[in-house]
Structure formats: C-alpha cells, structure tokens
Design a protein around this ligand. Structure first.
Ligand SMILES: Nc1ncnc2c1ncn2[C@@H]1O[C@H](COP(=O)(O)OP(=O)(O)OP(=O)(O)O)[C@@H](O)[C@H]1O
Length: 541
C-alpha cells in the first residue's frame, strides 16, 4: 500500500468511526485484534449516536465521495442483504459532484475523437448541463446536420479514483469477512459486483451499443423513446447523442400542470418494463428517476424518454419462462407450483425438499395477501421469494437481482405517478399471453419461423451429411465387431491364465507339503509348477 492509499485508508476508517458504523456489528462478534485496533488506533467516538444506523451510513458514504455514494445506491436495492430501514435510507443518496472545467472536457473530446472541436460541433456549451460522479454532460450542435446533441465525457482521473477506492473497499470487505455476523452480507462478492458495474459504466461505447439496441427494440413505439446515438462520434470516454427535452418523471407537479394522463403513464411504465423483459430479453436496468423523462408532446397519450443505458440486463428463455410462471403461480397462491418451479429451473438444488420449501414460501408470502391485490408489490414478492429460496441454497443469479432492482424502481415510479396503480391487473394479461405463446401451436409456429432460415441455409448440405453419417455408422459397426472379438479373446486368455495360475499354486503348495516325504514327487510337482506358471504367463501376454 502506497502512502496515498494509507492516508485514504485512514480517512475511511476515521469517517466510519465518526458515524459509528462499526456499532452496527455487536462487539462480541469482533475478533480481538480489531477490538484492540479500535481502542488504540481508531478511538474516535460516534458523533451521531441519536441517529438511526441507516442515516449514519448514508452520511458516511456521502462524506467519502462519489465511489462510495454509488456503492450505497447499488446497495439500496439489495433488500436481500440489508434491512428495510438501511435500504430505504441509502435510496436517498444523491451524487452531487462538482463539475470539472469545460476546457478540460474539450481537451478530452478532441483527444478521443482525434479532431479539433470546431470541426465536429458548430456550437459547444462550455458550461456543463449536468455533472455526475462518472461523467459530465455538455450541450452542442453538430456541424454536419445542425442537430442538437449532448456530449457525455468521462471525468478525468476517475479510473484511478475508482481503482484505489475499490482496492481499499476490497480490503475492508476481507476484514469484514472475519466477523461471523458480517459474513452473511457477502462483502467480497458485493464489492466485486460493484466493480463490474463501475467498469461497465466507464465504457461509453458499451453504453452507446446498449442504447442503439434499445432504440431499435422500441422503433416507432408510442410508449418509449430512446435518443439517437452518433456511433461514429462515440469513444470509450466520449459519447454523442441526440438531445432530448422532457419533464423528469419525478416532477409530478409539472406533469399534472401539462395535463399528463398519469394513470396511463404509470401503466405504460409497467408495460414497457414487461415488454423489455419478456419480448426483447433486454432491459434498461438503471431506471432511476434521473434517467427517465416524459415527452412534452401529446400528454394525454404520454411517452417516456429513457437515457443512460450504461446498465442493461438480459434473461435467457428459461429464466423468462420460470419467472412468468412464478408470478402467475404466486398470484394464484399455488405455492407448491412456486417451489417446484424453483427446482425445475435449477435455481435451487434438485434434491430440495419441495414440501418443506413450499411451506417456507407459504409462511413468508401468505401475509402479503393480507393487502388488497392492487397494493401488492411485485418487487417485494420477488425479494421475499428469493430470500426464502436462499435458505434452500438458491445460488445468487445476477440477472435476477438486476431484474428485481429494476422492478422495484418501476413500481416506485408507477405508484408515485398514480398511487392506485394496480400492477397485477396491468401485468397479468401480459404474462398470461406470453406464457400461452411459449407452449402450443403458436410457440411451434414461432420456433419454425425463427429456425426456418437456418434450416434452409443448411438444407443443401443435408444429403452429403446424411451419406457421411451413414458411412461413419457403418465404420463404427465394423470397428465395434472387431473390438468385441478382441475383448472376448482377452477375456478367454485371462480365464486360462487364471486356471494355469491356480494349478501352479496348487502344485507349489503340494510340493512344499511333500518336501520331506518324497523328493521325486516333490521335484515333479515343482517342474509342473514352472510349466503351468509359464503357460499362465504366456496367456496373459
Ligand atoms: N440525451 C440527453 N438529452 C438531454 N439531457 C441529457 C441527455 N443525456 C443526459 N442528459 C442530462 O445529463 C444528466 C446526466 O446524464 P447521465 O445520467 O447519462 O449521466 P451519468 O454520469 O451516467 O449519471 P448517473 O449514473 O448518476 O445516472 C441527466 O440526468 C440529464 O439531465
């Protein structure tokens, strides 16, 4: 550890102690070296004793800077490992970061795109439109077609900050793992997942590629608009995309002011989410309110605008199917089916006791139905299901964690827009239709439709392939005949060798017994032993 890392380590420990974060783990669980270090080296008292632990953690992370703030934001969605109070407090984290100089942004853009700025943009606003922990956004106009765009530039030096903070976080995670009570939080895995997320966010080419795919999926749709990306002007550190105008989805007052149909908007949020997951298997997984806007146009038929496609999730066919069937079974209160589906999908081990698992799910989930159906949260249903399944050794499925997090966002957003939103009523027909399409004639037709171009392409090769395979089969049959004859011969030889061996043994024993009785017979038996032994040995070869 270099001197800078040591200083940073010191600052982190100092901050955590000042906010009394260490008190979240009872002292009796601490290994003695940690207790000693706390007393002798890090003796600062908790200055915020009267505040709840969630709030103290939020304040500590805000003090520690953007990398920690983003970690807190990510953790706020992990209700499987944090208590409700802590998760809700972390959800309030805001990354307010000072912008970096516009001139620095220009230098980075010119370096990345390999051209002077005025060759690309006829106007460029040096004052940033927005500044976040990883990147900063500037408005500009393209020379080529006069289009209004925004230019996203990665913060200078952020990679080093991330590298050093992450490696220190990993050290803390390893220390935390020594405490049995903290081990259940799986600190090392959490930090590794966080590192992966940050690395993805640092690559703007990936963000552009995700955006282009999402835009294609919703081409011409009236529910969601994704801005256009200028891929020839995209680089790892710089991204150029169409500028959008809209009302932030969290600004409900402005939405009401322009006469937006909030019920329809809320329902569309759910539809867009389910469409992305089930139709496209590709969903925007960073749907926090800062990334979702509502178009100014036709508020009675409102359209979402989505930005920041840095994090996306994908589900495979099986995951989708099990997920849809799980939801349907759950809302039909068929817990046996829910348990069986978890086993069939391989999410829990095959030897899981389905009856016990069913009972556990019933215990946890039945109270959810105390509420009217319209108020039940899908996200919390999933949280509860996965938490129960984890007790039955369910492996963490990153794609499902991402989905659960997005679902919580979508629900929160929908209920903020229209508190009476009945998620189940909106989603049920969608899911039922989807599950129906996966089985029966429609599914068969779809499979044939999808596979037929491939079959057509391979068809001319078929006669040759069939001929070669038949030849191969014949050769295998011949080889098999030869091999089985060889095997039989070997078996016979082994048996004969065993027979000679036993004979030789018997002669040897008899010769030993008759050694003092009759020397001639003894010599004959010894000779016989040698002959039989030699014959047995020959058979073995
Ligand atoms: N295409 C766009 N048109 C208009 N404004 C935009 C556009 N893209 C981004 N912005 C503005 O810039 C802000 C930051 O953009 P973005 O969310 O992409 O950055 P970020 O660094 O990934 O932030 P975070 O990860 O915290 O969400 C947005 O909240 C929005 O106000």
């Amino acid at each position: 550890m270099g001197i800078r890392a040591v200083l940073r380590f010191w600052v982190i420990v100092y901050t955590l102690c000042r906010f009394g974060i260490d008190e979240a783990i009872p002292r009796k669980f601490w290994p003695w070296p940690m207790r000693l270090a706390r007393r002798l080296l890090f003796f600062w008292p908790n200055r915020y004793k009267n505040r709840p632990v969630g709030e103290r953690l939020r304040l500590a992370l805000e003090t520690l800077g953007p990398v920690f703030v983003k970690l807190g934001q990510m953790l706020s969605t992990r209700r499987d490992i944090l208590s409700k109070e802590v998760a809700e407090s972390l959800a309030l984290l805001q990354d307010q970061v000072k912008p970096f100089a516009g001139e620095e942004a220009i230098k980075r853009i010119e370096k990345a795109l390999g051209r002077p700025l005025n060759e690309i943009f006829c106007e460029f606003d040096v004052t940033p439109l927005a500044s976040a922990s990883i990147a900063q956004v500037h408005c500009a106009t393209l020379c080529e077609n006069g289009a209004e765009v925004v230019v996203k530039v990665i913060r200078p030096g952020i990679e080093d900050v991330i590298d050093s903070d992450i490696s220190l976080m990993r050290r803390f995670a390893r220390i935390l793992r020594l405490i049995p009570d903290a081990r259940r939080l799986r600190p090392v895995e959490v930090i590794e997942e966080y590192q992966r997320t940050l690395i993805n966010e640092l690559d703007l080419i990936r963000e552009a590629a995700n955006g282009i795919q999402l835009r294609r999926n919703f081409e011409g749709a009236k529910e969601l608009y994704i801005p256009e990306f200028y891929s020839e002007l995209c680089h790892k550190n710089v991204l150029v995309m169409e500028r959008i105008y809209g009302i932030p989805v969290s600004d409900v007052d402005r939405l009401i002011e322009q006469g937006t149909n909030l019920k329809l908007l809320a329902e569309r949020g759910v539809e867009v989410f389910f469409t992305q997951v089930f139709r496209d298997s590709f969903f925007h997984a960073d749907m926090h309110p800062g990334n979702v806007f509502v178009s100014y146009e036709h508020p009675e038929d409102p359209m979402y605008i989505g930005i920041d496609c840095g994090i996306v999730g994908t589900l495979n066919r099986d995951d989708k199917r099990y997920l849809a069937e799980n939801f349907l079974a759950f809302f039909n209160r068929d817990y046996r089916m829910v348990a069986q589906l978890h086993v069939d999908s391989g999410w829990v081990p095959v030897d899981t006791n389905v009856s016990e698992f069913e009972a556990a799910i019933r215990t946890v989930c039945e109270p959810i139905f105390e509420k009217p159906l319209a108020e039940i949260s899908f996200g919390h249903v999933l949280v509860n299901l996965f938490n129960t399944a984890r007790r039955f050794n369910m492996q963490v499925q990153p794609q499902l964690v991402l989905l659960q997090k997005t679902l919580l966002y979508v629900e929160g957003l929908g209920r903020q827009l229209y508190p009476q939103l009945d998620l189940w009523k909106t989603a049920k027909p969608f899911l039922e239709r989807w599950v129906r399409r996966q089985v029966g004639p429609a599914a068969l037709f779809d499979a044939i439709k999808t596979k037929s171009p491939y079959w057509m392409e391979k068809f001319p090769e078929m006669p040759e392939l069939i001929y070669e395979n038949l030849q191969l089969a014949r050769r295998h049959q011949q080889n098999f005949g030869e091999l089985s004859q060889l095997y039989l011969k070997r078996q016979k030889a082994k048996q004969a060798s065993l027979f000679y061996g036993l004979g030789a043994g018997a002669c040897l024993i008899s010769a030993a017994i008759l050694y003092n009785v009759d020397a001639e017979i003894c010599a004959a038996l010894a000779g016989l032993t040698v002959v039989l032994g030699a014959l047995g040995f020959r058979k073995l070869r």
